[in-house]
Design a binder for this molecule. Structure first.
Ligand SMILES: [Zn+2]
Length: 75
């Protein structure tokens, strides 16, 4: 996930946050540490990325986010 943004707090690389009921593929990606699952309750201003220290944040570039999610769940 070369394009994943760095955490604004600690500088570690983030992984995408997935909201909603996880599919089997999404659960496998989460188990591998490629995404983080946040369940079905989506906040009004949902964060998009989370780092290994569990800092979460929003980024402006949805294209990067979608590409990272796609890369995480592709076989
Ligand atoms: Zn962090």
């Amino acid at each position: 996930m070369a394009n994943a943004p760095e955490c604004p707090v600690c500088g570690q690389q983030g992984v995408p946050i997935l909201y909603g009921l996880p599919t089997r593929v999404a659960r496998e990606a989460a188990a591998a540490g490629k995404v983080r699952l946040f369940g079905c309750v989506v906040p009004a201003e949902p964060d998009q990325w989370i780092c290994p220290e569990s800092h979460s944040w929003r980024a402006d570039d949805d294209g990067v986010l979608l590409a990272a999610i796609e890369a995480a769940i592709k076989r």
